[in-house]
Design a protein around this ligand. Structure first.
Ligand code: HEM
Length: 339
């Protein structure tokens, strides 16, 4: 059950929840962060080339989230009538409804059977009169990587020789961080899931909504259930059945930054202590994903270049995990689209 932050949050923080946050450069200075960011684009392209080879694919795919389960172009993002006043502004207007494109994916850069352990992703493009607004989430709350450097090192090591993965990570990130990251990833991908629509999809990283720092997540809010037998494509098959019978709804929830200790901006592994509450809903209408027009829609959604920096003007990604994504997503797109 979600609750709004309350006076307890106010008395704990000494300021209004959401305020008082700061960002910090990776490596402590703008110059060191910039050097890392430049290299990160090449590193992600290397991951794509390696995945192409490993998967025997003809062309490079998305560096992550290569496998699409469904692309839906008639979803709706509906802002709650009771969205708190302090979060209102830009696209977040009480009662506003926006046509939304949704891409559901598996997180690996390799196309694999659904039975293989993996994380899953939900990318939503909210089409508004202020421009497109993308929200991206994965179905585990904690990022294995505390920051962008760890994220890229891990991606590089994981796509290379399996024998060298551990020594490379230890050499670059140290033993205890390597063990922590491996444990996190293994625990997350091993968790079996029954359906894409019963999962929550977390931003993992922070965003400024106006002046307020938040994390967001899509939380399932549908009652229809289904049991699909595990197969290479059971996640899509399950979605097809559910959407034939009823709409699928996710609550779009946010939780506030409180202070650096309880809700750090620059540590993607830390769980935030604040309470999530609902400010909007994402509704996938009842439909037949197997019909010809749905397949055409899916192909159109597959072509969308989702990017957490594609935002409307009152929303801004925060933290190094996000800052790296600003140049890395376009780099991944350029290689896979041959630009
Ligand atoms: C920490 C929170 C993150 C979340 C929730 C997240 C989520 C996602 C999702 C859902 C997608 C699929 C988008 C689609 O359907 O097209 C995606 C793609 C991708 N992600 Fe992330 N991601 C995160 C962090 C990162 C970081 C730190 C990097 C690299 C520095 C990264 C690099 C990529 C790349 C290269 C793609 C493919 C882009 C493309 O070719 O279109 N992600 N991510």
């Amino acid at each position: 059950m979600s609750k709004r932050p309350n006076s307890e949050d106010l008395s704990r923080t000494g300021h209004k929840p959401g305020l008082g946050w700061v960002e910090q450069f990776l490596g402590g200075s703008p110059e060191s962060e910039l050097a890392f960011l430049k290299q990160a684009m090449d590193d992600i392209n290397l991951v794509q080339r390696r995945n192409k080879k490993t998967g025997g694919a003809k062309t490079e795919a998305r560096a992550f989230h290569a496998k699409i389960h469904a692309g839906i172009d008639n979803a709706e993002y509906v802002v709650m009538d009771n969205i708190p006043y302090e979060l209102q502004g830009g696209i977040l207007v009480p009662g506003a409804r926006y046509r939304t494109d949704v891409r559901l994916s598996s997180a690996s850069g390799l196309i694999q059977p659904d039975t293989k352990g993996d994380l899953r992703g939900l990318a939503a493009r909210v089409n508004t009169d202020l421009g497109p607004q993308d929200f991206l989430g994965t179905n585990a709350e904690q990022s294995h990587a505390r920051n962008a450097r760890q994220f890229v090192e891990f991606a590089k090591a994981a796509s290379g020789s399996k024998a060298l993965m551990f020594p490379r990570l230890i050499g670059n990130l140290g033993l205890s961080e390597t063990v922590r990251m491996m444990r996190t990833v293994i625990g997350q991908v091993k968790r079996p899931i029954e359906s894409l629509v019963t999962e929550s999809y977390f931003s993992r990283s922070a965003y400024a909504f106006g002046d307020l720092a938040v994390k967001f997540k899509f939380t399932p809010n549908s009652s229809f259930s289904n049991k699909s037998e595990p197969s290479d494509s059971f996640l899509r098959d399950d979605l097809v059945i559910r959407l034939q019978k009823a709409p699928v709804v996710f609550d779009f929830q946010v939780q506030y930054f409180l202070n650096e200790a309880e809700t750090p901006i620059e540590d993607g592994y830390a769980l935030w202590a604040s309470l999530p509450f609902t400010i909007a809903q994402l509704v996938l209408p009842q439909q037949d994903l197997l019909c010809q027009s749905a397949r055409a829609s899916s192909a159109n959604v597959e072509d969308i270049e989702f990017n957490p920096w594609r935002t409307t003007k009152t929303i801004r990604p925060l933290g190094s995990l996000n800052r790296a994504r600003r140049s890395v997503y376009p780099a991944s797109v350029r290689l896979r689209k041959g630009r």
